[in-house]
Design a protein around this ligand. Structure first.
Ligand code: NAD
Length: 482
């Protein structure tokens, strides 16, 4: 096993009160490109989670008492340190997550942007002065940190999904416990090491990974944890919302999607093809806002699918550490099996393979970038997230029909459409049931814009001016006798 014991960013313990602790029981973190075990990480469970919650609770009064400006300065230092360590962090991420190094570097910058943004927003947790109802009185609505927060994050964006939560949580004055995905704890732990270096006091951020069921139970049972912020699958999200009811924790849920991508006959086809490739094959398709269903107008269907297949066939698959690689491996064998199941089901039901369609010659977790034509709504890949490098193309005839089909899903995270017609742009934007809509644009994630879903894709928003609100609660002061 290759280890990096001398590298402070490479942590394999669990973090409580500023100290990385070890355990006899460990779990392996595996490089999805090579199968190599990168690290054995302390397998934390109930006891360690309770320790972590207690540390967060102890640190809360001190952290909330700091001025917003002081917290802002610490966050800003953390942002600077993340950027300074961009290369090192990106290499670590590619090794445990698999995405091409360039994408990892992009994610480090994107992750850092939330810390920078909320360093700024920390100073704007303003309250209100409300006109009094009686003479000689005042009503003030103040905003306070909600308390101890638990942040549970997925493996597909192991740094950005975490900073989207920790930026606003720390800015608001909250403390917390983080539970990164067991496939990718190292990226998260590296960020926490830099947080400490930036001046985040011990106990403000604590971290556990390992026995997910025990960790989850300890978090959900604790009356001390007042908020749970989760990014992951809809099924786990629903369980957490149900469990949060016991102690009535505030919840933020960033869940799965089933994004449609509609290309109308008046679209700029070159832009639509370029957008399709960029969106669908980033992170090997393992993105919550990744397109699941490409709806192409019948008049341009052949042109679009031909050009898309040509562009996709030119993508380079391989180990994300290697130069020029644009598509890395899937996270594990189960992910590959899901892609295989969806592709085989589609082909059995009449889909045509336009490129790819099978595991890659590299073996392991590598799947060929795939374009499927003639897809229909009854196929598995139309109803469930494929979470792989598969572009499924469907034909449509009318605007009305395609909107109905696009909305025919319990999800509503992201949607995309391409058109040059202004009236259509506003009509379709209004009719689409989705938290985010890309219009002649394939990217919908930035710290400046609210990120989140409708329907079964989630509750709450991350980033933007709305992100801080999720970690605050209002206290109304009625002051008399003035
Ligand atoms: P997942 O739901 O399996 O796991 C997410 C996290 O929850 C991990 O840390 C996991 O260990 C933990 N977890 C699993 N079961 C749990 C339980 N019962 N209680 C508490 N925690 C539990 O999801 P995943 O496979 O890691 O991630 C992929 C999913 O995440 C996809 O559905 C994707 O669309 C979604 N996602 C959503 C967003 C968004 O912002 N909306 C962003 C990224 C990923």
């Amino acid at each position: 096993m290759q280890t990096h014991q001398n590298n402070e960013l490479f942590q394999t313990g669990y973090l409580v009160d500023g100290i990385w602790k070890t355990l006899d029981s460990t779990f392996d973190v595996v490089n999805p490109a090579t199968g190599e075990v990168i690290a054995s990480v302390a397998k934390a469970g109930r006891e360690q989670t309770e320790e972590a919650i207690a540390a967060a609770a102890k640190a809360f009064p001190g952290w909330r008492a700091q001025t917003a400006k002081a917290r802002s300065a610490i966050l800003y230092r953390w942002y600077t340190l993340i950027i300074e360590h961009k290369r090192e962090l990106a290499r670590l991420m590619t090794r445990e997550q698999g995405k091409p190094l360039k994408e990892s570097e992009g994610e480090v910058e994107y992750a850092a942007s939330f810390i920078q943004w909320f360093a700024e927003e920390a100073k704007r947790a303003n309250g209100e002065i409300i006109p009094p109802v009686k003479p000689g009185s005042r009503i003030l609505a103040t905003r306070e940190p909600i308390g101890v927060v638990a942040a549970i994050t997925p493996w597909n964006f192991p740094m950005a999904m975490l900073t989207r939560k920790l930026g606003p949580a720390l800015a608001a004055g909250c403390t917390g416990v983080i539970k990164p995905a067991n496939n990718t704890p190292l990226s998260a732990f590296a960020l926490l090491t830099l947080a400490k270096r930036a001046g985040v006091p011990d106990g403000v951020l604590n971290a556990v990974a390992g026995n997910t069921a025990e960790i989850s139970e300890a978090i959900m049972a604790s009356p001390v944890v007042r908020k749970i912020s989760f990014t992951g699958s809809t099924s786990v999200g629903k369980t957490l919302v149900r469990n949060a009811a016991e102690t009535l924790k505030k919840v933020s849920m960033e869940l799965g999607g089933n994004a449609p991508y509609i290309v109308f006959d008046d679209a700029d086809i070159d832009a639509a093809v370029a957008g399709a490739v960029a969106n669908k094959f980033r992170n090997a398709g393992q993105v919550c806002v990744s397109v699941n269903r490409f709806y192409i107008h019948e008049a341009i269907y052949d042109t679009f699918t031909h050009r898309l297949a040509e562009a996709v066939a030119a993508l380079k698959v391989g180990n994300g550490m290697d130069d020029g690689v644009t598509v890395g491996p899937l996270i594990n064998a189960a992910a590959l099996e899901k892609v295989r199941e969806h592709v085989e089901d589609a082909v059995a039901k009449g889909a045509k393979v336009l490129t790819g369609g099978a595991p890659h010659a590299l073996g392991g977790n590598f799947w060929q970038p795939t374009v499927l034509g003639d897809c229909s709504d009854g196929m598995k890949l139309a109803g469930e997230e494929t979470f792989g490098p598969v572009a499924a193309c469907f034909r449509f005839t009318s605007e009305e029909e395609v909107i109905t089909r696009a909305n025919n899903t319990p999800y509503g995270l992201a949607a995309y459409f391409y058109t040059q017609n202004l009236q259509r742009l506003f009509r379709v934007s209004a009719a689409i049931e989705s938290g985010m809509v890309g219009i002649n644009e394939c990217a919908v994630s930035t710290e400046l814009g609210p990120f989140g879903g409708v329907k079964e894709s989630g509750l709450g928003r991350e980033g933007s001016v709305l992100g801080l609100e999720e970690y605050l609660q209002v206290k109304t002061l009625h002051i008399g006798g003035l």
